[in-house]
Design a protein around this ligand. Structure first.
Ligand SMILES: [Mg+2]
Length: 356
């Protein structure tokens, strides 16, 4: 199954409402879809959304990186040279993890289509139904409370609350949102590196003293401050989830070895794709550290690829934060994957089970 051509195209959709974190505000999704055609006529799809403030990529650099790596892939046989192809994607260009992930997804789509299996079963999984949380954007307190209540009314039982632009206001945000929601709503907090160590300990101790116990606190401080994460972990009860601190396998290994976080957030766009995400999840399993599967603001192909991986590693990846499609104003049409707010069900068709 030789690769004949690799093309990229732009995927665009307005969001239902602007997405706001401590790092950025986005109103429209624009990302890159990769389309790989083989000489036997099979077509594979991949996708990635450049997040300049996290991975350092833009639409332009992604397109360029994919074109550059593609030069080494044309003519290779995906079935016979699968491992070589994955190695080439990762060895010909440094960084550019979202571009690599988008290429990898299309390669995994093709190999599983060729073997006539859904990707989850190619990867060793069988689970097809998943429940995701939903992100509540960083905003004025009243708006965040009303957004949280709307999410619960749509059936979400787990909310990821974005914080991190004002430590004092963030305490109020947590208290007011917690007060407004049903008692059984699970809260995940994500400060996106917006606090320092002292602020984090102070905020979380205050919140915990009020009897509020979120399921986890995600990336409160700067990505490179791993010892700070460990210090926080020792002083608060809420478990710490490392996100921007863990891109690749060696960072994951360091955090696991030093016990600097309770959970890891794996994202295809950060690590470079399914092959690396699998290695991180397998390593986390050795340390018995549970993982979250997260996403960027991206379209349905990227989300579906992430879910196939969760299926294969569902014993260790037990938290799903794959709400990006739910945030889109334009929902996927004629799609064999079912997106129903918090509930996503994969197709049993071969490959990803989704096309562009
Ligand atoms: Mg995060």
């Amino acid at each position: 199954m030789k690769i004949k051509s690799i093309q990229t195209t732009l995927f665009q959709s307005p969001l239902k409402t602007p997405f706001k974190t401590a790092l950025r505000t986005v109103s429209n999704l624009e990302d890159i879809v990769v389309i790989i055609e083989c000489e036997n006529g099979l077509i594979g799809y991949g996708e990635g959304s450049p997040t300049a403030v996290i991975t350092g990529e833009t639409l332009g650099t992604m397109k360029e990186a994919i074109e550059y790596i593609s030069n080494f892939l044309i003519g290779l046989n995906i079935d016979a040279n699968f491992e070589d192809i994955i190695n080439i994607i990762h060895s010909k260009l440094l960084h550019n993890t979202t571009a690599k992930s988008a290429l990898e997804i299309a390669i995994y789509d093709l190999i599983s289509k060729y073997r006539d299996k859904p990707l989850f079963s190619f990867l060793g999984g069988d689970k097809i139904a998943f429940t995701t949380d939903i992100t509540i954007s960083l905003d004025e307190i009243n708006k965040m409370v009303s957004d949280s209540l709307s999410a619960v009314s749509l059936g979400y039982d787990t909310l990821k609350i974005k914080l991190g632009n004002n430590a004092k206001k963030d305490i109020e945000r947590i208290i007011e949102i917690h007060r407004a929601l049903p008692n059984d709503t699970i809260l995940r907090l994500d400060a996106n590196q917006g606090w320092n160590v002292e602020q984090t300990i102070e905020i979380m101790q205050k919140v915990e003293n009020l009897g509020i116990f979120p399921q986890l606190l995600e990336q409160p401080i700067k990505a490179d401050d791993i010892s700070g994460l460990k210090e926080i972990k020792g002083k608060i009860k809420t478990p710490i989830l490392a996100d921007e601190s863990v891109f690749n396998l060696s960072q994951a290994k360091y955090i696991l070895e030093t016990k600097s976080a309770d959970f890891l957030n794996i994202k295809l766009a950060k690590c470079g794709g399914i092959s690396v995400a699998l290695k991180i999840a397998k390593l986390a399993k050795e340390y018995n550290v549970k993982c979250m599967m997260g996403c960027m603001l991206e379209g349905p192909i990227g989300i579906v690829a992430s879910l196939h991986l969760v299926s294969a590693m569902s014993d260790i990846i037990n938290m799903v934060d794959l709400d990006a499609v739910a945030l889109l104003a334009n929902q996927p049409k004629n799609c064999s994957v079912i997106f129903d707010e918090s509930h996503i069900t994969l197709s049993k068709n071969s490959g990803l089970g989704i096309t562009y």
